[in-house]
Design a protein around this ligand. Structure first.
Ligand SMILES: Cc1ncc(COP(=O)(O)O)c(C=O)c1O
Length: 424
């Protein structure tokens, strides 16, 4: 490959955009139109009675989701953030308690604790699959800890055995944040079924989408009932109650999904395995192309785990690559390949935590620390080692993967020239 780098004025490997996501087909359109035609757009009512738990499509979506996961209950929400908030309430975290979370995740994995006036405590992540590290979790446990939120980041399960072991020994609840990993397996069992409950996201960027939406799954009748109350204004359904009146028994919100979204979700959910398989096939193909490149580590897949590649991560070794990671990414972007340098800045470094902006902190009796350096692996991954792309998904093809591999090879072949020109 002798072309000049696009960053230095050459022709880019790729000029056309990658295929857009999500793909909405006729079945999705028909499902939503049928709901619109029915005139029942959201049958939720916040009083005890038949529609406290939503309408026909909501119940159908929940039933299918629970059956697929082999759990007793699934509860729809209008986002995974809402489901996370409900999960923190439903597993019984009191105000002022601590919840252990990873710092390398989307903001609401941690803010869901603040929403309930609990305090996020950050523990470092594993450097190969990027989920919570059990040793770091153990170190973060204090007498105030009540729960752990484990995230299956980028689509690979975290070290659940290690986390569940810490939880058991300290009597902590476990919430699995599966927003990025629907259908992923750990030791041949679906994620979301290991902890006290699991939550999923159907926002537009996710593997399956309802536009916005979320789901909580659990085997606990009590957690499911509580989650439904959080979702629908804190109403309590009392067995045999005849009176249909508003009588809030606890603090609740309106976290309800609409019938249109549920109808869309049912169709999308039917495609989950196929969509995941497409991601896995593309990722395996790309990893095979990139294997053996010195300085770039293709994604780790642990034994008896399924990676569903919500994003495709590469670990970058700046020393052997001999050019700064961010320059490498800039050169790739110029070749028409959308890669990002790092993911979310470790959450505790943001003003919300640095300046303890949430009022819950005024009443907090513990010592949660948010110092820079708190989670060195997450910081290192973010600042120097991780590069990511989100285009390894349907309807992209092997040809699209070839463009990614070609661009990476091209930048690597020209790295000395790149450094001579841009490193100064
Ligand atoms: C790991 C993780 N947790 C939680 C969320 C929140 O999901 P939602 O946007 O549905 O609230 C997301 C994505 O947005 C996520 O990636």
């Amino acid at each position: 490959m002798s072309e000049r780098l696009a960053l230095l004025g050459g022709k880019p490997v790729r000029t056309k955009p990658f295929p857009s996501h999500p793909v909405i087909g006729d079945a999705e359109k028909k499902a939503v139109l049928d709901v619109l035609d029915s005139g029942r757009l959201s049958t939720f009512i916040a009083v005890p009675g038949e529609y406290f738990n939503g309408g026909r499509k909501i119940r159908e979506f929940e039933k299918q989701f629970a059956e697929y996961h082999g759990v007793g209950h699934a509860v729809t929400f209008n986002s995974a953030t809402a489901a996370l908030h409900a999960a923190v309430v439903a597993v019984g975290v009191p105000a002022g308690a601590e919840v252990i979370v990873p710092p390398y995740t989307f903001t609401s994995t941690a803010t869901c604790a603040l929403m309930h006036n609990a305090i996020p405590v950050f523990a470092d992540v594993d450097e190969d699959v990027f989920g919570l590290n059990p040793v770091a979790v153990e170190r973060a446990v204090t007498p105030l800890t009540r729960a752990i939120i484990v995230v299956h980041l980028f689509g690979h399960p975290a070290n659940l055995n290690g986390i569940l072991d810490v939880a058991r020994r300290h009597n902590l609840r476990v919430i699995e944040d599966c927003a990025q990993a629907p259908g992923a397996k750990y030791e041949d069992r679906l994620v979301g079924t290991f902890g006290d409950c699991g939550i999923f996201s159907f926002t537009e960027s996710k593997t399956i989408t309802t536009g916005e939406g979320g789901m909580l799954i659990t085997n606990s009748e009590e957690i499911a009932a509580m989650a439904r109350m959080v979702r629908n204004h804190g109403e309590m359904i009392v067995e045999g109650q005849k009176e249909r009146t508003y009588s809030s028994s606890m603090l609740g919100w309106n976290y309800r999904m609409t019938e249109m979204e549920a109808a869309l979700g049912i169709v999308q959910f039917g495609k989950l395995e196929q969509l995941n398989q497409h991601r896995i096939d593309l990722a395996n193909y790309l990893s095979a192309q990139l294997s053996g490149l010195e300085g770039l580590q293709t994604p780790t897949v642990r034994p008896r785990a399924t990676h569903v590649y919500y994003v495709y991560p590469l670990t970058y070794d700046e020393k052997s690559m001999e050019i700064p990671r961010d320059l490498f990414v800039k050169a790739l972007n110029a070749e028409g390949i959308p890669f990002g340098a790092g993911y979310m800045r470790p959450l505790y470094l943001s003003p919300l935590y640095q300046e303890r902006r949430h009022f819950g902190y005024e009443h907090y009796a513990g010592y949660a620390s948010y110092e820079a350096g708190l989670c060195p692996v997450a910081e290192r991954l973010h600042e120097r080692e991780l590069i990511l792309t989100g285009v390894v998904r349907f309807p992209a093809t092997y040809d699209d993967m070839d463009d990614i591999a070609d661009a990476i090879q091209k930048v690597m072949e020209h790295k000395e020239e790149l450094c001579r020109t841009a490193c100064a």
